[in-house]
Design a protein around this ligand. Sequence first.
Ligand SMILES: Cc1cc2nc3c(=O)[nH]c(=O)nc-3n(C[C@H](O)[C@H](O)[C@H](O)COP(=O)(O)OP(=O)(O)OC[C@H]3O[C@@H](n4cnc5c(N)ncnc54)[C@H](O)[C@@H]3O)c2cc1C
Length: 460
Amino acid sequence: MPGQRADVVICGAGIAGIAAAYHLAVRCGIADVVLADPEPPLSVTSDKSTECYRNWWPGPGDAMVRLMNRSIDLLEELARQSGDVFHLNRRGYLYATADPARARELERLGAEISALGAGPLRRRAGRPGEAPYVPAPPEGFEGQPTGADILTDQALIRRHFPCLSERTLAALHARRCGWFSAQQYGMYLLEQARAHGARLIPGRVEGVEVGGGRVRAVRVARVGGTSVIATPTFVNAAGPWLTEVGRLVGADLPVFSELHLKIAFRDDRQVIPRHAPLLIWIDPQRLAWSEEERALLAESPQTAHLLGEMPDGVHARPEGRGDSTTVLMLWPYHTPPVAPVFPLPLDPAYAEVVLRGMTAMLPALAGYLERLPRAVVDGGYYTKTRENRPLVGPLPVEGAYVIGALSGFGQMASAAAGELLAAHVAGTELPGYAPAFRLERYQDPAYRALLEQAGASGQL
Ligand SMILES: Cc1cc2nc3c(=O)[nH]c(=O)nc-3n(C[C@H](O)[C@H](O)[C@H](O)COP(=O)(O)OP(=O)(O)OC[C@H]3O[C@@H](n4cnc5c(N)ncnc54)[C@H](O)[C@@H]3O)c2cc1C
């Protein structure tokens, strides 16, 4: 299949590649954009997410808050223009704690994130004359507050969230947050891109030809042969294979992958209200195992860690509309760096462990522990940089770009990340946060010092 050409070839039709194609084709008017992927669009990681979004991001610096605020602006714009085909809601994220020290930390961090541009922090302590806490509507996103409400009165918390543990001392409801149907959103972007000339070709990018220091062509292995597509521009949007595809242009991308799983099951006991926001428990905990279970778990190094202190962050939300009873739950309690392999190595204990962890926040879930519900377990890889910020921008070879390391925020960041990638390619004005996501940031001594300060995890 000789003699093809394109303005841009994007490697990968996950949400990163599709958002890039949308912005290049639809918003920048670059007609001849090719998306190459051997897998169906959105089928590797991008259809496994929890589909949530938030502008509530810690620092240092305001780059993540600004990126997400821009992304949510775009999501809202796309929702309006599409007749809300992807059901964008604005239910918020509810972070809750039963620990007085963490309650104080929630408030301190809340003030810090608010000051970064995420919106005002409203204190709701149940005092007379105080402005009332207004819950989020289950559907729709218009006319809702930004920022967060911090509820520190237990009676107020119980009134609005009776499903939470009576031990809950404080809850922070971040408001420019919610979820949407990520599959519908991605397909909408893809349809729009195709309507503006973008092409999807089934095939694996196996080589990038570089001549005179710049991209000349991309080789795509397809059923029946290899296509050589002459192009000045190559975009690496390969998700978990970002490193391998980076090597095709000699770029060493500082990313690694973690396996993250989630469960879905029918909440027949109706523990999680159907109108609930995303519910997140921010306290570490020890799981209550019987003596017999403890002995069994201690026998293997694969399971012994379940006996120690487990991390914060177990979370859940209702899924589906109408008469759906499905709920989703996740708990990243064991996520060492791994080489991505498919099919995913699923942990047989995961569903039970998550359910047990979630009972700290929602005690009525304990009713399921006698007879575990039938849960569907799936997931994918968080491919990330050590400081958990994305890579969007040019690579050292002229004409080569990357959009990736989207970790656990690729759906919510995709709109602004795609727009940023397109601005780099098209040479249009870059937003102020652009330098924070370029690969070159690692050459900046001040940035490297920041990473060192962040400690072993490197997470900023
Ligand atoms: C359990 C879980 C929960 C999550 N929850 C959320 C959430 O609530 N909110 C949120 O915003 N994000 C969430 N995420 C993260 C989000 O799903 C990812 O960040 C996002 O899907 C990554 O998109 P991607 O396009 O970079 O990668 P992918 O979707 O993996 O796409 C990469 C594509 O590149 C293709 N590819 C690779 N190599 C080649 C090659 N050589 N040639 C051609 N094609 C190639 C692959 O086939 C694949 O289709 C979650 C992720 C997981 C796993």
